[in-house]
Design a protein around this ligand. Structure first.
Ligand SMILES: *Cc1c(COP(=O)(O)O)cnc(C)c1O
Length: 462
């Protein structure tokens, strides 16, 4: 160990001064002091682990990293140029302007969350959303929780604890992020009874499970995978008939849960929430921030008696939604009541964007950026809805393509775009080029996008 190096670690008060100089009023003297101790400790550890650098330099490097963290909030705005509409790693659905406004108002003020404005008496937290959802889906009652994973866990814990739950073998799936139906069932205290085979399951398999003691049937949207070929699965209506005749409760986890007919956009039919309720599901769960296009939330709709039972479970309090997301869900639902989702909710604006409009926008941006060296052009591409909805389904897209000479150069270019100003842009790499997909960018952001791309291109070495 190099003792000289240790002796030349700057003292805490020197580091504190450096920090105060660098960050000014962004942090208090007290924070600067404790930060200085941390930095000194980290540098000492680095030297202990064998690093040979100059201790003063190590301090400067640490402070530079800190400055970056403090200067650019990680959750600041970025543009989604990936061509995946509901992109989990980019925060899923951006909400509509009206929804964003409603959420911001609810966040910064008091709201009549649990008081009935007319009587002044305590009112139900879910009254408004429940009414909106009843109109839209025909469900008797609804409950909003933190996310759909919580919705499924809560519904099963409240209704299935200690009971047998029948699930088709093809639907005992993993959604991603550690959410696996068999594990969720185990966590809820239920016993999974797998029925049918991997590719073919029939209503009679559920009838047999019921006669063997299954008291619930769980139907799960397979989300991010599809099976093809020699396959069969019972419709929800068939399952309902078996459930009614055996006294079982029928729960459907819809995953995305759309309110819109997806076939109108040239993609396969995605079951709507209303269809599930009409077909006779007792309880339906879905996400707020996938195809609904609202804030993160999990929505549970269904029979009043069962929703009451779910809402009364102690876990309901642990996973309940806050006023901000509830205001956001309510405002998002109003778009579907008015039928203006296609012009207001970003997810549907993106899905509904016509190929010709995308080609036109890509062409305009490419023409603005091209400096005559033929490094920018328009590429026809493949886009996806994402978010575990409509697996295997794609939409034609048009992208602005920034060409590079090697794949390493393309990687560098993509990195620069992700750090671009005024707004970082997340594109995708295809061969030796970066594609920025127009489908997943709202037209009003085209100018910002152009500016960010222009700044990146201007900073490239000749
Ligand atoms: C996405 C999904 C979930 C989890 O929903 P979150 O809102 O991410 O918690 C559960 N089930 C299915 C079928 C899904 O597609």
């Amino acid at each position: 160990m190099n003792h000289d190096a240790f002796r030349s670690i700057p003292p805490v008060n020197t580091i504190t001064e450096l920090i105060s100089d660098q960050f000014g009023s962004a942090i208090t003297n007290e924070v600067a002091g404790s930060l200085a101790k941390c930095v000194q400790d980290q540098v000492r550890q680095e030297l202990q682990s064998g690093l040979q650098d100059d201790p003063g330099l190590l301090v400067t490097r640490r402070l530079k990293q800190l400055a970056q963290t403090l200067a650019s909030p990680r959750l600041g705005r970025v543009l989604n140029g990936t061509g995946i509409v509901v992109h989990t790693n980019l925060g899923r659905a951006p909400v509509s302007e009206r929804t964003s406004h409603a959420m911001s108002t609810a966040a910064s003020s008091s709201v009549a969350l649990e008081i009935d404005p007319v009587s002044g008496r305590r009112g139900g937290r879910m009254d408004e959303i429940s009414t909106l959802l009843s109109i839209l889906t025909g469900a008797e009652q609804s409950l909003v929780v933190n996310n759909n994973a919580a919705a499924v866990l809560l519904a099963l814990t409240a209704l299935a604890q200690g009971k047998k739950v029948a699930v088709s073998r093809s639907e005992a799936v993993e959604i991603g992020g550690g959410f696996r139906i068999p594990d969720v069932l185990a966590q809820s205290g239920a016993t999974l009874v797998e029925v049918g085979s991997t590719n073919r399951t029939y209503a009679r398999d559920f009838a047999r499970a019921a006669s063997d003691g299954a008291e619930l049937f769980l139907k799960v949207h397979p989300s991010n995978f599809s099976i093809q070929g020699f396959v069969a699965s019972p419709t929800l209506a068939e399952l309902r008939d078996v459930a009614v005749s055996t006294g079982a409760i029928l729960i459907e986890d819809l995953g995305s849960g759309t309110f819109v007919d997806t076939e109108a956009y040239g993609i396969d039919h995605e079951p709507t929430v209303r269809e599930s309720i009409v077909a006779g599901a007792d309880v339906v769960t879905f996400s707020g921030d996938k195809l609904l296009g609202g804030p993160q939330a999990g929505i549970i709709c269904g029979k009043g008696r069962l929703i009451d039972e779910i809402a009364a479970h102690p876990l309901a309090r642990a996973v309940r939604a806050d006023k901000t997301s509830m205001a956001g869900v309510a405002e998002t639902l109003r778009h579907y009541l008015r039928g203006d989702h296609e012009t207001s909710i970003p997810v549907w604006m993106c899905i509904a964007a016509s190929e010709s409009s995308l080609r036109l926008r890509a062409g305009c941006i490419a023409a603005t950026l091209d400096s005559g060296e033929n490094t920018v052009d328009v590429a026809t591409s493949v886009n996806y809805v994402g978010g575990g909805s409509l697996p295997g389904q794609s939409l034609t897209g048009h992208a602005v393509r920034l060409k590079a000479s090697t794949s390493g150069e393309a990687t560098e270019l993509a990195r620069s775009l992700r750090q671009a100003t005024p707004v970082p842009v997340f594109g995708r790499i295809e061969e030796n080029a970066v594609l920025v997909e127009l489908r997943t960018i709202i037209p009003r952001d085209d100018e910002l996008l152009t500016e960010s791309m222009r700044n990146v291109l201007a900073s490239l070495p000749d």
